[in-house]
Design a protein around this ligand. Structure first.
Ligand SMILES: C[S@@+](CC[C@H](N)C(=O)[O-])C[C@H]1O[C@@H](n2cnc3c(N)ncnc32)[C@H](O)[C@@H]1O
Length: 281
């Protein structure tokens, strides 16, 4: 197809909306993907609806829209996602950071003194939680760990991309490769979905790594493993805080109490669902 045959922005968007008409987010996804192909913001699409795409822009756009129509998450297609006020690179090796995980960041900030703290983020993925905490609290020293080097490289690249220096990232299978043994705060959004959960077969989540999502013992095995070792890595009165599934509050509280944590509390989200549980050493 030559340049003259490439459609205008308005026509390209109309084609994409039709192609994605099965999806509730088809119109938004169309705009986000076109912005990505043009390297422009949303206002550009509104200002120049009659401007023709180049051949390569049109080809790229069609490819991405077709991939989106077959279910691939927009964040994997564009390679990045906003979280907190950070622009994070994502890859199919990492979970796509969720808006609900911002509650984990808020809970960690609200329940920890602002003064200098040593913080551990277990299962850091893109570095979302570690980077948000480090950005909000420049006096804190944050360590993010994950068990694959390609994930750690991505998180470190996200720190550079966002100009955050009080954070470092390390490969570790939970605590196994850590040399430091005293943190004031341990925060984790670990895998917590049961292997047989039907939700794993739906929508964007089908494309995310199972190793980021699924845990044994009805989704509780990693929470249990982390809670059982955290006591040995927390300073006196240090805080352990988890994100978990909305039906797991009672079990996570029981795990923390069994492991000797005190003031164990579960926080609910705006919909009233129990999503975060914390306890003090
Ligand atoms: C639910 S994702 C959370 C990612 C990120 N913290 C976020 O909130 O977007 C869980 C993360 O735990 C990591 N993980 C799973 N098992 C692990 C282990 N044994 N040791 C370290 N990290 C692990 C996965 O690779 C994944 O990045």
């Amino acid at each position: 197809m030559n340049n003259a045959e490439s459609p205008s922005i308005e026509a390209a968007l109309a084609w994409a909306r039709k192609t994605l008409s099965q999806s509730d987010s088809g119109a938004l996804d169309s705009r986000v993907l076109l912005c990505h192909c043009l390297g422009k913001g949303l206002s550009y699409l509104m200002t120049w609806p009659d401007k023709a795409l180049t051949d390569s822009q049109w080809q790229d756009f069609q490819t991405l829209v077709c991939r989106r129509a077959s279910g691939e998450p927009v964040a994997y297609l564009t390679g990045h996602r906003e979280f907190w006020d950070l622009d994070l690179q994502v890859s199919p090796d990492t979970l796509i950071p969720r808006p609900e995980t911002e509650h984990l960041v808020e809970a960690a900030l609200e329940n920890t003194p602002k003064t200098s703290r040593k913080v551990l983020d277990l299962g850091t993925g893109t570095g979302a939680v570690a980077l948000a905490l480090a950005k909000e609290r420049p006096a804190w020293q944050v360590l993010g760990v994950d068990y694959q080097s390609k994930i750690i490289e991505l998180a470190a690249s996200n720190a550079r991309r966002n100009g955050i220096n009080n954070v470092r990232f390390q490969v570790s299978d939970w605590f196994q490769q850590l040399s430091d043994t005293s943190f004031d705060l341990i925060v984790s959004n670990p895998p917590y979905i049961d292997d047989e959960d039907h939700w794993l077969a739906q929508g964007d989540v089908r494309f995310e790594p199972r190793s980021a999502l699924v845990s044994g013992n009805q989704g509780l095995a990693d929470i249990e493993a982390i809670a059982s070792q955290s006591g040995g890595y927390l300073s006196q009165d240090g805080l352990l805080i988890f994100e978990h599934g909305y039906q797991q509050g009672p079990q996570v509280r029981a795990i923390l109490i069994r492991q000797g944590f005190s003031r164990v509390t579960t926080l609910s989200d705006l919909a009233g669902l129990e999503r975060i549980t914390l306890g003090y050493r």
